[in-house]
Design a protein around this ligand. Structure first.
Ligand SMILES: Nc1nc2c(ncn2[C@@H]2O[C@H](COP(=O)(O)OP(=O)(O)OP(=O)(O)O)[C@@H](O)[C@H]2O)c(=O)[nH]1
Length: 304
């Protein structure tokens, strides 16, 4: 006979993770999922499209919508990214605002806070990077933000060290509406393997190249072939805007592109669990930022 305590209801809901560029949104989504689903770099605006990371906490499935950082857009690509960020909050059961607690109320934060104040959804405040912050400052910051927005709860976490992440995950799980899970139990992301693979190559551009170059580049999958020997052959195009950028991506004697390829290949192989042959081609396309087809390929809406 079943007594009351053995009846467990499942929960499922969407949490929109928003914040300024570099707040640590992608790192936090990865920490909540427990595996890397979003690429991370020290450069701002690494995340270009909405990405759903899927975390399971007890009987709850959390659909974590990792959004691009919200900032004042300048280029067309910027506008598409900011639109993707706010679109990511539509239909969310809860909005989680991630703040770089060390940076505090600087930059884009006040504008985001103001925009959030009028939203009707439930809202959580997450002060991130507590590992590099002074405690007293954290409390003052939490007070200031709570005075501006009706946050239901405030959390202090370090997405990097994992400090506070378990508590946050449990609270998010409890806040989700009762209902069936949307994804199979073992699925960690809604991104296709192809998109993830091109993201992993793009991550290497951010990690291995300096200054503005990564922002001027996009990756397109040209060919994806599952070979009979169990390996996967992947051809990706790195599209840049100028010849001079192509030269930088290639490096002296092709050294840089080889290093990018080696690191990306290892990461993609870990993702797919299969040996990978990665072929990278660099192509110059001066106005790719205005090319509609390249937007949908990376999951962004083209904005006029
Ligand atoms: N010390 C510390 N650094 C962190 C923490 N969380 C993230 N970072 C670092 O902050 C930087 C930005 O992290 P991301 O997760 O890419 O930030 P994001 O908010 O997704 O950035 P965008 O893609 O620009 O929107 C990276 O260098 C992270 O390693 C943390 O808890 N502590």
């Amino acid at each position: 006979m079943m007594d009351e305590t053995t009846i467990e209801i499942t929960r499922c809901g969407a949490v929109a993770v928003v914040g300024a560029p570099n707040a640590g949104k992608s790192t936090l989504v990865n920490a909540l999922v427990g595996q890397k689903v979003a690429i991370v770099s020290a450069k701002v605006q690494t995340t270009r499209q909405r990405l759903v990371g899927i975390a399971v906490a007890g009987q709850a499935q959390l659909l974590l919508v990792d959004t691009p950082g919200i900032f004042r857009p300048r280029r067309r690509l910027d506008r598409a990214m900011v639109k993707a960020a706010w679109d990511g909050t539509d239909d969310a059961d809860l909005i989680a605002l991630v703040i770089d607690a060390k940076a505090g109320l600087k930059g884009e934060v006040p504008a985001i806070v103001e925009a959030l104040a009028n939203r009707r959804e439930r809202k959580y405040l997450i002060l991130n990077k507590v590992d590099i912050c002074v405690k007293e400052k954290l409390l003052v910051l939490a007070q200031e933000l709570n005075a501006r927005v009706a946050f239901e709860e405030t959390f202090f976490v370090s997405a990097s060290t994992g400090d506070g992440v378990a508590g946050l995950k449990a609270a998010l799980a409890a806040a989700m509406p009762a209902g069936p899970w949307h994804y199979p139990e073992d699925q960690l992301s809604d991104a296709t393997t192809r998109l993830m693979a091109s993201e992993l190559t793009r991550e290497q551009l951010y990690l291995q190249l300096h200054a503005e170059l990564p922002y001027s580049a996009t990756i397109e999958t040209e060919k994806w072939e599952e070979r009979r020997d169990g390996s996967t052959a992947i051809h990706q195009q790195i599209i840049v805007e100028r010849d001079s950028q192509k030269a930088i991506v290639l490096g002296k004697g092709g050294l840089r592109i080889r290093e990018i390829g080696a690191a990306a290949r290892a990461a993609i192989s870990e993702l797919t669990g299969r040996p990978v042959h990665l072929f990278l081609h660099v192509k110059v396309k001066p106005d790719w930022g205005d090319d509609r087809s390249l937007y949908s390929a990376v999951g962004l809406d083209f904005v006029d």
